[in-house]
Design a protein around this ligand. Structure first.
Ligand SMILES: NC(=O)c1ccc[n+]([C@@H]2O[C@H](COP(=O)([O-])OP(=O)(O)OC[C@H]3O[C@@H](n4cnc5c(N)ncnc54)[C@H](OP(=O)(O)O)[C@@H]3O)[C@@H](O)[C@H]2O)c1
Length: 348
């Protein structure tokens, strides 16, 4: 029997869903793997709760957040104004689950500080937050190795699709000649509506109504979210050090609507494709741009809530993985996949 003490910072769409998954899967994890995950602390923007002895009940945390409350209100353990960074600095824990906002404009804070602090304290990190991985992957990877703990970030690329584990674990022996990915959900959703003849503003309104688009969506629609995911994949899977400035990015805001409708008439579709193309010296050309997907392409089956990846390799052939993700649950569950890979796989 393995008891694992978890801290969870960020209790929004992902953190709250992760609490639900931890609660619903507790007996399965126990009976199948002898793994008992105990939530000892959690934080949101208004405060934190910490109870190293009794722990926090994940379903109670999820219910509190679903009702619009703060973790600061958690009976007996909650404290208003207590920051996530402070909780991570003092709590006795084995793993940090990080689901804070990306916040590139704030230097990926407070996620970056939480991650750094945990790794320095020899606490494993599982994160859904692209910010720290895009801005500081190398530093964090070195820190994790020096502390002999894991840094896992499966949920940062294409939600619940195991795009990173396939690459990092299963393709280690090969050369990846090319990666083609549709790692961003909302752009595909909007492109399909535009292809149906729906206007731009109406398409955005529908994307917003279903929760796939947040805020003004500029980061997604201009292609930067896909570029960030391509950067993570290129650094972590392809072993090629790059930054977001290295990606040539064209979003979907200027897309030619007539081309979308013509593609639809020809049973094809458009998607925002992130591509890494290997050059002879072993470096990669990185692009994000909308492109037509012909009906015989491996990504052609993607629906409006689909994401996918194609790895073209030298010795494993061409490997395609697709996901239909109509809710954030698969993304939250990707964090559980990371937890299992830390605690149940023979080696990290
Ligand atoms: N949504 C998805 O489908 C998805 C998929 C994959 C990855 N991700 C990534 O996962 C992360 C979380 O996404 P989300 O959709 O769950 O975001 P979200 O709904 O906006 O939730 C963010 C959470 O972080 C908390 N928070 C904000 N600022 C904070 C601060 N300074 N200190 C402590 N807590 C703070 C918020 O507190 P309050 O509850 O008090 O507001 C909230 O609980 C993001 O990095 C996102 O890119 C999201």
């Amino acid at each position: 029997m393995q008891h694992v003490r978890c801290l969870l910072v960020g209790l929004g769409n992902i953190g709250r869903r992760l609490c639900e998954v931890l609660s619903s899967k507790a007996s399965h994890l126990d009976s199948r793997f002898g793994l008992r995950l105990r939530l000892v602390g959690a934080a949101d923007s208004r405060g934190a709760a910490y109870d190293p002895l009794a722990g926090l009940h994940p379903q109670h945390v999820a219910d509190l957040k679903s009702a619009g409350g703060s973790i600061a209100d958690y009976p007996g353990a909650g404290r208003s104004g207590w920051r996530a960074e402070d909780l991570v600095a003092i709590a006795d824990a084995d793993v940090l689950l990080e689901a804070l906002p990306v916040n590139y404009d704030l230097g990926a804070e407070p996620g970056l500080t939480c991650t750094r602090t945990a790794l320095r304290r020899r606490i494993h990190v599982v994160t859904a937050n692209k910010g720290p991985i895009v801005l500081a992957y190398r530093e964090l990877d070195v820190l994790a190795r020096a502390s002999d703990v894991a840094l896992k970030f499966d949920a940062t690329v294409a939600g619940g699709l195991p795009a990173l584990p396939i690459g990092q674990r299963d393709l280690r022996a090969c050369v990846v000649e090319r990666v083609e990915a549709v790692p961003n959900l909302v752009t595909g959703f909007v492109l399909d509506l535009l292809a149906d003849g729906i206007g731009w503003e109406e398409a955005l309104a529908r994307a917003r109504a279903t929760g796939t688009l947040e805020g003004d969506g500029a980061w997604d629609l201009e292609g930067w979210d896909a570029a960030a995911k391509l950067v993570i994949l290129t650094n972590a899977v392809l072993g090629h050090h790059c930054r977001i400035d290295d990606v040539s990015v064209t979003g979907i805001t200027e897309i030619d609507r007539s081309a979308l409708r013509e593609a639809r008439a020809a049973a094809a579709c458009y998607r925002l494709i992130a591509t890494a193309m290997r050059r002879p010296g072993g470096t990669y050309d990185l692009t994000v741009e909308p492109a037509q997907i012909s009906p015989d392409h491996p990504l052609a089956r993607l629906g409006p809530t689909g994401m996918g990846i194609v790895y073209h390799t030298d010795i494993y052939g061409t490997i395609t993985a697709l996901i239909d993700e109509p809710s954030p649950i698969p993304s939250a569950a990707a964090m559980l996949r990371d937890l299992l890979s830390i605690y149940c796989d023979v080696s990290r």
